[in-house]
Design a protein around this ligand. Structure first.
Ligand code: ZN
Length: 245
């Protein structure tokens, strides 16, 4: 079945945990069966950030969603095959509810990755290339060679002091839509490809350069007790692991 592109409501508000949509139909691929709506508050896995989970409320029953994916503009909400969905439900209004704790935890881990990337870039000149913002070992992968002058423990201490300063200063995080051309003018890692099927959007931690991003971000760094960089792996294209509290 061909679906219209899903309106991505999660881009508007990270803190929106409930919403409504219209059921358009279902499909199936190698990950299982999925539901499609005209719009969604569910974040689909991508950009190093895990998907939301939650519940879809039809008029007479609810379906739990355990994974959400993105495919050519369509957000696919995966559900257990034991739930029977029939075509008479198409067009029905549904309610969305996402796991708010998971959403906020993911947004915090993801936003911390941006901040860590910007701080390390400012101190060392390395370019943040890729983030892994899952809860089982978040890290940022950098491009470049770590200078001889940068002793690992000293650098970690320097980065952690800077992180703590930003948290104490209650630094703001902003996201906004921009023209696609504006994205191409940003300093980006090698081989970085701007997504063609998502709106052009940047995330900016106040005081640092903006980065193109379609993820969910927190509003203010005061939401952290601490962000701690705890490990640097390798000196060429190093990987820096961190924890969020
Ligand atoms: Zn982001």
């Amino acid at each position: 079945m061909n679906f219209q592109p899903t309106k991505l409501l999660y881009l508007e508000d990270t803190y929106c945990f409930e919403g409504e949509g219209k059921f358009l139909g279902w499909g199936e691929d190698q990950k299982g069966k999925f539901l499609v709506f005209d719009q969604t508050i569910f974040y689909p896995q991508g950009g190093g950030q895990p998907s939301d989970t939650g519940t879809i409320k039809f008029s007479n029953f609810e379906i739990p969603v355990h994974f959400v994916g993105f495919n050519k503009g369509i957000v696919q909400h995966y559900y257990k095959e034991s739930f029977l969905v029939s075509s008479d439900l198409i067009g029905q209004a549904v309610g969305f509810q996402i796991d708010s704790h998971r959403r906020l935890q993911n947004a915090k881990t993801h936003t911390a990755g941006h901040l860590l990337g910007s701080i390390v870039e400012e101190i060392t000149g390395l370019i943040p290339a890729k983030g892994y913002h899952f809860q089982d070992g978040p890290h940022v992968q950098f491009e470049g060679q770590l200078d001889e002058a940068n002793e690992v423990n000293t650098l970690l201490a320097q980065v952690n002091t800077y992180l703590l300063t930003c948290i104490k200063e209650r630094t703001q995080v902003e996201t906004q839509y921009v023209e696609p051309l504006a994205l191409s003018e940003l300093r980006l890692p090698q081989n970085f490809q701007l997504p063609q099927d998502k709106p052009s959007r940047i995330s900016k931690v106040e005081g640092f350069s903006p980065v193109p991003c379609g993820g969910t971000h927190i509003r203010n760094l005061s939401e952290y007790a601490e962000i701690k960089a705890h490990k640097i792996s390798g000196r060429k294209d190093p990987k820096i692991s961190y924890k969020v509290f």
